[in-house]
Design a protein around this ligand. Structure first.
Ligand code: C2E
Ligand code: MG
Ligand code: MG
Length: 251
């Protein structure tokens, strides 16, 4: 009922281009405010919505709301960036997904490369063949796909090479201890090298310190996301962040 009662909202977190310092993409993150329980974490309620199948309806609402927001930002003259939306493996199994996405992009008059779908390695576990077909169809339509939380899940390289992946998102568990842990440094730089060799871009997740950022930039990571730049924010606050960022980088 959270949907009907309009208790769901989206917050937005910037992904910063490490070369230009500009917002390259904005990730939509679902928030549920329950009148008695308060803020419920998506890590808690999304698995439940996946189990009940309600993730399909919720996921459709997320896509529509995020694209409507991107349309509004483009209309108000904000610098162009892409919108990243998380998709559950259950949504990815829906045969109509590519069509539905094309329909929503058309409705908001947005080009396909304005959207980045964030998938996890779990998309291919139960049915790799269908996952590859869906990715091919989305790719053919010009929609970009990112692999979220890379390195924590299935991480099958034989699958990665068949996936139409635009970007690897390096999981925050490797980023957290970059300052102290030589193994994490080795893993992160290996992921960046591998992505470069495969023609994929890289975004580091959970960047909280300048020290982590310097390491990532030196290793050639393309972009970064985390509290060091901004927490996920409501749309209006995100808009202010972006306007300030543009003014700053102009000086
Ligand atoms: P994710 O897609 O990997 O999103 C990144 C998570 O890391 C977010 O947690 C974000 O708030 C948090 N984060 C960002 N920067 C930092 C940082 O510097 N330090 C730390 N410690 N954390 C940081 P959040 O918003 O609680 O979301 C958790 C997960 O829930 C997401 O992980 C994603 O898998 C899922 N999720 C969120 N929204 C949606 C949605 O609309 N649909 C689906 N299917 N899943 C979603
Ligand atoms: Mg994500
Ligand atoms: Mg992640």
């Amino acid at each position: 009922r959270a949907l009907e009662r309009e208790q769901l909202t989206l917050h937005y977190q910037p992904q910063i281009d490490l070369e230009t310092g500009l917002v390259q993409s904005v990730e939509a993150l679902l928030r549920w405010h329950h009148p008695h329980w308060g803020q419920v974490s998506p890590a808690e309620f999304i698995p439940i919505a996946e189990g009940s199948g309600q993730i399909l309806q919720i996921g459709d609402w997320v896509l529509r709301t995020a694209l409507a927001q991107l349309r509004a930002w483009r209309d108000s003259g904000m610098p162009h960036h892409t919108m990243a939306v998380n998709l559950s493996a259950i949504q990815f199994r829906e045969p109509h997904l590519p069509e539905r996405i094309a329909q929503l992009l058309g409705e908001f008059d947005l080009p396909p490369d304005a959207l980045e779908l964030e998938l996890t390695e779990g998309v291919a576990v139960s049915d790799p063949h269908t996952a590859v077909t869906t990715m091919d169809q989305l790719h053919a339509r010009g929609v970009r796909m990112s692999m979220d939380d890379f390195g924590t899940g299935y991480s099958s390289l034989s699958q990665l090479k068949r996936f139409r992946i635009f970007k690897l998102k390096i999981d925050q568990s490797f980023v957290r201890d970059l300052g102290q842990d030589a193994n994490d440094r080795a893993i992160v730089s290996a992921i960046i090298r591998m992505a470069q060799a495969l023609g994929m871009r890289t975004t580091a997740e959970g960047v909280e310190t300048g020290e982590q950022l310097r390491f990532l930039r030196n290793e050639g990571c393309h972009s970064a996301q985390g509290y060091h730049f901004s927490k996920p924010l409501p749309a209006e606050a995100m808009e202010r962040f972006m306007r300030e960022r543009v003014t700053e980088s102009a000086h």
